[in-house]
Write a protein that binds this ligand. Structure first.
Ligand SMILES: NC(=O)c1ccc[n+]([C@@H]2O[C@H](COP(=O)([O-])OP(=O)(O)OC[C@H]3O[C@@H](n4cnc5c(N)ncnc54)[C@H](O)[C@@H]3O)[C@@H](O)[C@H]2O)c1
Ligand SMILES: O=C(O)C[C@H](O)C(=O)O
Length: 306
């Protein structure tokens, strides 16, 4: 089993690290256009294996896509990250041509792969990838709201002072500071609705923290995050490769679901070896329905720039 990761920067290399450490596949190809970067990261990672007890083969490549041939999954982490003070949407002009060229190169050698898109602005780049690939919509998955859901769980766990793994929560909508929708009704602690435990005011604070979770990290780090993103991609890749049929929110192309047409946006979907194997049209509150329509419209506006 082979996964190729295109873009060996902070997120791409962390995906390689976590995927290797979890032993999800036997081979990882780490490709970048920057001379030396993929080679250095792959060598460094390989030298960590004896101490940590894993032995995935990691092949570095500089822009030679033939080595990615017959990958089960292609992860696209190539492109610029934002700097403090920027929105993700401001990256659209610089990243659109990168994603287009990466997809066109990768698909020549792995026409049957499922593509996981990570580059921002996520929902627009997922649409760019869908169009550039010509693949059926189930094969193109944008990873953003898995990460947002994990951040929602983190801020809830901090507020409740309870272990994060006892908390379930989901974010849908766009992967943007103003477009994501943390769903109150689906947040639970040990199965108990969190709305029964937290005051409305405290819950709203958590929602605000979640929505700017990526911006907060960007301010602290001077560039955007990588551990949370790398872990979320790893969970998604594991779910695809091992055909887990798991329910997880991802950006997928909608054609009428939730009353929305022609955009990629985060919705709960069943993920397996074919990629998106179903979309679950959960019942939204009236206010979340409005937020979802606004989110889709905001994504459409950015899509208008490509
Ligand atoms: N969807 C998410 O949840 C999420 C999370 C974190 C980061 N991101 C996005 O992922 C992207 C990468 O972030 P990062 O922190 O790893 O950035 P980074 O700058 O550390 O790495 C990006 C890498 O892409 C490479 N690259 C650029 N053009 C390329 C091309 N044509 N072919 C191959 N490689 C190319 C660069 O050389 C660089 O090494 C950014 O757009 C960022 O906004 C998304
Ligand atoms: O915040 C960013 O720009 C990167 C990524 O989308 C994230 O949420 O960490």
């Amino acid at each position: 089993m082979k996964v190729s990761i295109i873009g060996a920067g902070n997120v791409g290399a962390t995906c390689a690290q976590f995927i290797a450490m979890k032993g999800i596949v036997s081979e990882i190809v780490l490709l970048d256009i920057a001379e030396g970067l993929a080679a250095g990261k792959a060598m460094d990672l390989a030298q960590s294996m004896p101490a940590l007890g894993f032995d995935t083969l990691i092949y570095p490549e500089v822009d030679d896509y033939s080595k990615t041939a017959n990958s089960e999954v292609i992860v696209v982490t190539s492109g610029q990250p934002r700097k403090p003070g920027m929105s993700r949407e401001e990256l659209v002009a610089v990243n659109v041509s990168i994603v287009e060229s990466v997809i066109k190169n990768a698909i020549k050698f792995s026409p049957k792969a499922v593509f996981v898109i990570v580059t921002n602005p996520l929902d627009t780049m997922t649409l760019v990838a869908l169009k550039a690939s010509g693949l059926p919509k189930n094969k193109i998955i944008g990873m953003g709201t898995i990460l947002d859901s994990n951040r929602f769980r983190y801020f809830l766990s901090k507020k409740l002072q309870k272990p994060i793994n006892e908390i379930e929560a989901m974010v849908i909508g766009g992967h943007g500071d103003t477009t994501m929708i943390p769903i109150k009704e689906l947040a639970t602690y040990k199965g108990i609705p969190i709305s029964e435990i937290l005051t409305n005011e405290a819950f709203e604070e958590v929602i605000k923290e979640t929505m700017v979770g990526g911006a907060t990290l960007t301010k602290l780090l001077g560039t955007s995050a990588w551990y949370g993103p790398g872990a979320a991609v790893t969970e998604l890749v594991d779910t695809i490769v091992n055909d887990k049929k798991k329910l997880m929110p991802n950006s997928v192309y909608l054609q009428g679901e939730f009353g929305i047409d022609g955009v990629c946006i985060g919705v709960p979907c069943i993920i397996g070896k074919h990629g998106v194997e179903g979309i679950l049209e959960i019942k939204l509150s009236d206010s979340d329905k409005i937020k979802f329509i606004n989110s889709a419209n905001a994504i459409k506006e950015v899509n208008g720039l490509i």
